[in-house]
Design a protein around this ligand. Sequence first.
Ligand SMILES: Nc1nc2c(c(=O)[nH]1)N[C@H]1C(S)=C(S)[C@@H](COP(=O)(O)OP(=O)(O)OC[C@H]3O[C@@H](n4cnc5c(=O)[nH]c(N)nc54)[C@H](O)[C@@H]3O)O[C@H]1N2
Ligand SMILES: Nc1nc2c(c(=O)[nH]1)N[C@H]1C(S)=C(S)[C@@H](COP(=O)(O)OP(=O)(O)OC[C@H]3O[C@@H](n4cnc5c(=O)[nH]c(N)nc54)[C@H](O)[C@@H]3O)O[C@H]1N2
Ligand code: SF4
Ligand SMILES: [Mo]
Length: 700
Amino acid sequence: MTTAIGITPDVSLVKTSSQVRGACPHDCPDTCALLTTLENGVAVKVQGNPDHPQTGGVLCTKVSRYTERSYHPERILQPLKRVGPKGAGRFEPVSWDSALDEIATHLKGIAARNPEAIAPYSYAGTMGLVQAEGMAARFFNKLGASLLERTICSAAGGEALVQTLGGKVGMKVEFFAGSQLIIIWGSNSIGSNLHFWRHVQEAKRQGARIVCIDPRKTETADKCHEHIALRPGTDAALALALMHELIVNDWLDHDYIAQHTVGWDQLKARALLWPPARAAEVCDVPVAQITGLARDYGTTKPAAIRLNYGMQRVRGGGNASRAIACLPALTGAWRQRAGGLLLSSSGMFPINKAAVQRPDLLAGRWPRTLNMITIGDDLLRDSSPGFGPKIEALIVYNSNPVAVAPESGKVVQGFEREDLFTVVLEHFQTDTADYADFILPATTQLEHWDIHASYGHTDVLLNRPAIKPVGEARPNSAIFRALAARMGFTEPCFLEDDETLCRAAFSHPDGDKVDFSELLDKGFATLPIPDAPFAEGVFPTPSGKCEFFSARLAAQGLDGLPDQLDNHETAGSSGEFPLAMISPPARNFLNSTFVNVKSLRDIEGEPLLEIHADDAAARGIPDGAVVRVFNQRGSYRCKAEVSKRARPGVVNGLGVWWRKLGLDGTNVNQLTSQRLTDLGRGPVFYDCLVEVQLDEAAAL
Ligand SMILES: Nc1nc2c(c(=O)[nH]1)N[C@H]1C(S)=C(S)[C@@H](COP(=O)(O)OP(=O)(O)OC[C@H]3O[C@@H](n4cnc5c(=O)[nH]c(N)nc54)[C@H](O)[C@@H]3O)O[C@H]1N2
Ligand SMILES: Nc1nc2c(c(=O)[nH]1)N[C@H]1C(S)=C(S)[C@@H](COP(=O)(O)OP(=O)(O)OC[C@H]3O[C@@H](n4cnc5c(=O)[nH]c(N)nc54)[C@H](O)[C@@H]3O)O[C@H]1N2
Ligand code: SF4
Ligand SMILES: [Mo]
């Protein structure tokens, strides 16, 4: 019998020290450095590494309970094979050998006809460069499986940054502490970017003004000097009106604009079409808030914008992100280290992706690409010349698509297909795992090696295994390695161990970009990035300048300038579904991760829809009533909370609950749509009209 081989824990460390250094694997900008305390080989405590300045010894509530997750009684400890109907969640344990043999036989049969009928489905359950798309990418590249556009979170904003600044680059997060004005735009920092909030508090102590731009009155908005509660999907209008005011009041840095930007005349003409009164109407906020913010932004130095992905999950999310990303160049905010903008820092890491993922294994093939957002539609498609082969096998890892992908009615229908072969690598029996033919037990971050970049700071972190794999769990890397062997893949790269993959991540022909021995010693290493990276322009765009006008977008037949685009679904366009629904993250979950950790679920309570008192009264909905939230795509039942956090016309369905823990076995994504954003082919989770009714059955 094969034992749980996986990767050997770092025995020397386990023996000589009671603490092991690691990295938080979750999809969170903070990428904290962890210290795991061991007693007799058992992890008894996970805490923040006090030596790592970005972590400051503090973790969020979720991860400070990480041992509860790793040793959770419901962890999947053995490979499981389906015995009931799809979705019933009935499985029997099988040995690793028999699971892997059967999976490989199945995949070989499909690959012999057309490997593109096999599709990976993965996202950011772990952000580690090895356990995310390391050995897995090698496996799918060699196989010639369909490629996956990993768009479900940040694609519109990411593309906007590429087109405007040249990449996912921006301010160094620590310098927000020195700003005099911080605009928190589309982000609930206290809930989802806690370590950034520490810098805000420091700035506040030094007299900075803090403004929050968010349709929801979040816990972050509560603690800011001002909250601008605009309608979802109207951020570009606001940004253009700010530009209008900067222009008419001449709060511009003419020298910075002349030297370091392209397309100023065109952008100026566009912005002058947006007087504050026009934007105030589109955004549904008072004119004075817009003119006041413009004055603050135009006259305060240093001024910094913390943009986050919440504002780009609407049709015009790309354009809005572009409009906002233009602002710091107009005022020359980039000149100071505490000025500028940060959406994501991930583009600042010199990762050697090719060394880890080995795209050369495609050997000249260019398989079709699926967009993970439209998995619902795609699973229901037959073969066609435009689409390619019908999807016959899906291998899911680091993701829970049945809960997190939009229009889940269709996703479920797809996963229910009897002729679909589904393998799910997981820690738990999630909504997705319920539909698997095989569930393979994966290790958690305490049990494997990995190396991490970050999208909220600029340090590289190493994660060492602290404990032996729980049960028979194996790292994703080990599972794909074993599958590769059974598929007959003989390239030496399939034999490389995880530490070698970690070392490859920052290796380059001209020398390593990160000192691996420093990582082994300290657990983290800081990238050598200038304090004010764009003080002298030199943006990584083709022109080397901040591109107000993007010739690359224009060449694609798109607008070269940012503009306000209406949502796909705008209130008023149809009387049937008059409320806009957004579904932002809950503080004690991480997307759908942690929903099954009882102590955290108890804090969140149950799935809730926040609704403004006027909207509730118009529908006869008392606080705490069970409501039906519905639109043309489906219906979802949950409890209503008449709440000051909701603005009129907008309801907030905090996500992302496991469907099976909701009232009807559904969640908010029953209502969201598979349409895409203007740029980057991203998701539009917050561009979704609904109606809400008192649930008469529940009221009886
Ligand atoms: N605790 C916790 N932390 C998390 C996550 C989590 O689920 N829980 N998720 C992680 C992930 S996956 C990501 S991508 C990151 C970033 O995560 P984001 O998804 O950006 O999350 P938030 O920072 O919560 O910000 C979203 C905010 O945007 C607001 N918003 C919605 N629509 C609009 C709009 O049209 N305009 C504007 N201006 N605001 C809008 C929402 O009300 C919400 O407060 O956070 C990560 N951190
Ligand atoms: N309505 C609505 N939907 C949303 C969002 C929203 O704001 N509103 N947010 C969207 C965003 S921003 C994102 S990023 C996506 C997130 O979508 P996903 O990336 O799918 O995130 P999770 O729901 O956290 O699921 C990750 C899964 O990976 C598993 N996992 C973790 N580590 C490992 C590992 O090492 N190996 C294996 N095999 N599995 C592992 C976890 O147990 C978990 O079940 O959701 C999106 N969906
Ligand atoms: S989820 Fe974010 S805040 Fe929490 S420990 Fe991980 S990186 Fe830090
Ligand atoms: Mo995300």
